[in-house]
Design a protein around this ligand. Structure first.
Ligand code: ADP
Ligand code: MG
Length: 550
């Protein structure tokens, strides 16, 4: 056995350890996540090395055992191990540039420790949230490497000792638990729960008391062509607790401008998007198979909240905290790429199988419509919205702007729409009489949000979106009627004077409740209708505005 040497921590490290030891940080269980992912990294390195040097016959695995007697948890891996130098460099100094910053900020004491530790990653050192003492026994895969033992109580120094044994390469970390945490973290069932929560998708077997805990494959990391639709469905159900198969699956792997894998699903039914469902959205974010945040709310905008799934990136540090995620450039890049992919996927679906796309629309369209606020993707969004229309067979029918245009009159440069409570009501609306007479299609809007969609899009493919009730009727004159039209003869003097009197009477009776009463050529069957002054809100929009400004 070699002689024991004592080494001081770098200044920042001891400060940091001090912070951790005295922190009231509640999420102490993440120490296990950190140690397991380090073990996984170490196994990954062996796998990588084996590609050039050939594999050895040591099975890659991570073992976790607990002993209530000695109040210890032990994490063992058959990974790459560390040489004496590596041990000093990696465990004895600051692993992240962030840790020095953390120590400095903690010193200044402007923020609570809890918030600080949440904001900065701490990796290996997080073990001192639960430990009185830690020993790391490791043997590097390098030839002639000696087994090294590192021990520290996490205060000011650590001890190094060489061990003369012939164990295989790998690392064993013995965590001597703090008195008050010993019960909790020597309970195997509890350890399994923690592993399942944070480390379920680690690709190497994790064994707790000889039983494998992580059994679900990180499907998103596998090549697409190797995955069956049954596997996708199984994974979807595991992820969402849904009992049905997904409606659609979107699996991608991206290398630039940022590396990530994503496996997303369109569920077969929608959450109530404006009730409870609102919170139940977001993709699970993983960094190298380790769960960082469930249902992250920044990866996809709210209106794409129907998408369920997983994103895994190599490019973020494992220890990134939620606060940092929110304004992280990488996250923004991942997000904009994801949004693009969802759009492309939906557009492809709409082209390949319009019926299926319409089915999607019926399930998730209500939420998706809120995408009218996403100005960056306005053009793509415009291609994907659907409406019922006077040309549909029934209230379930859906049409796109492009389909409307394909049916439009040759000279027509506008797309007309009208809002109403139902298809029946719109079918009778006096505002639409002239459109019916001339056989000009009108999109039917049944939801208040539809009008916001029209208002923000304003046009599609050179066609202006126009509320039928505001349409310049003279523009419609150029179109021939479907039925033989009897041109009304010009009024004679007597008729004109009767009409003037009638209008005067109307004004008299209605007084201030209207701004204007005028004769119109818009109507052919109804004697009279209510209209808005041009350029104002449509009547339904007006109602909404009034409610909002109450
Ligand atoms: P990070 O994992 O982000 O690099 P950590 O503080 O978790 O930071 O770990 C610091 C370093 O210690 C790792 O990069 C690795 O080189 C080394 N290390 C930690 N645990 C192990 C292990 N089980 N096997 C081999 N090396 C390890
Ligand atoms: Mg780590």
């Amino acid at each position: 056995m070699g002689k024991k040497t004592t080494h001081k921590f770098k200044a920042e490290v001891s400060q940091l350890l001090d912070i951790l030891v005295h922190s009231l940080y509640t999420n102490k269980e993440i120490f296990l996540r950190e140690l397991v992912s380090n073990a996984s990294d170490a196994l990954e390195k062996v796998r990588f090395k084996a590609q050039s040097d050939g594999a050895d016959d040591i099975a890659p695995e991570i073992r976790i055992s607990a002993d209530p007697e000695t109040k210890t948890v032990t994490i063992t891996d058959t990974g790459i191990g560390m040489t004496r130098d590596e041990l000093m460099r990696n465990i004895g100094t600051i692993a992240h540039s962030g840790t020095a910053e953390l120590a400095r900020l903690a010193e200044e004491g402007k923020e609570s420790l809890d918030a600080l530790i949440g904001r900065f990653g701490v990796g290996f050192y997080s073990v001192y949230m639960v430990a009185d003492e830690v020993s790391v026994t490791t043997r590097s895969i390098e030839e002639d490497a000696k087994t090294m033992v590192w021990t520290s109580d996490g205060r000011t120094d650590y001890k190094l000792q060489e061990l003369d044994d012939d164990r295989p390469h790998g690392t064993e970390i013995v965590v001597s638990l703090k008195e008050d945490l010993a019960d909790q973290f020597t309970n195997e069932a509890h350890l399994k729960t923690i592993i399942n929560k944070h480390s379920n998708f680690i690709s190497f077997p994790i064994l707790v008391g000889d039983k494998r805990v992580n059994t679900i494959q990180a499907l998103w990391r596998e090549p697409k062509f190797q995955i069956t639709s049954e596997q996708y469905a199984e994974f979807y159900k595991f992820l969402t607790y849904d009992s049905e198969d997904p409606f659609d699956t979107l699996h991608t792997s991206v290398d630039a401008p940022v590396q990530f894998n994503a496996l997303m699903f369109v569920p077969p039914s929608g959450d109530d998007p404006f009730g409870m469902g609102r919170e139940n959205r977001g993709l699970d974010l993983y960094v190298r198979r380790v769960l960082i945040e469930k249902q992250n709310k920044n990866l996809l905008p709210e209106y794409l909240g129907f998408m369920k799934g997983v994103v895994d990136t190599e490019d973020l540090p494992l220890n990134i905290s939620r606060e940092t995620l929110q304004d992280n450039i990488l996250m923004r890049k991942i997000s904009s790429t994801l949004v693009k992919q969802v759009y492309n996927h939906l557009e492809k679906l709409s082209k390949d199988d319009a019926d299926r796309y319409n089915e999607f629309w019926r399930i998730h369209g209500e939420l998706f419509k809120a995408g009218y606020m996403d100005f960056l993707n306005k053009d793509k969004f415009g291609k994907l919205v659907r409406f019922n229309s006077s040309a549909s067979d029934d209230a379930k029918g859906l049409t796109s702007f492009a389909e409307y245009i394909s049916r439009a009159r040759e000279e027509q440069k506008e797309i007309y729409y009208a809002y109403g409570p139902s298809r029946e009501a719109l079918g009778l609306s006096p505002h639409l009489e002239v459109f019916r007479k001339k056989g000009i299609e009108v999109l039917y809007l049944f939801e208040p949000i539809d009008e916001f969609v029209m208002d923000s899009l304003r046009e599609f493919d050179g066609y202006t979106l126009v509320a039928a009730e505001h349409a310049d009727v003279s523009k419609l004159d150029q179109f021939e009627s479907l039925e033989k039209e009897e041109k009304p003869e010009a009024l004679n003097e007597e008729q004109q004077s009767t009409l003037d009197k009638l209008i005067a009477r109307f004004k008299d009776v209605l007084g201030e409740s209207v701004t204007e009463v005028k004769a119109s050529s818009r109507l052919s069957e109804s004697p009279v209708c209510l209209a808005n002054p041009d350029g104002q809100f449509t009547s339904s929009m007006d109602k909404i505005m009034r409610v909002m400004h109450k």
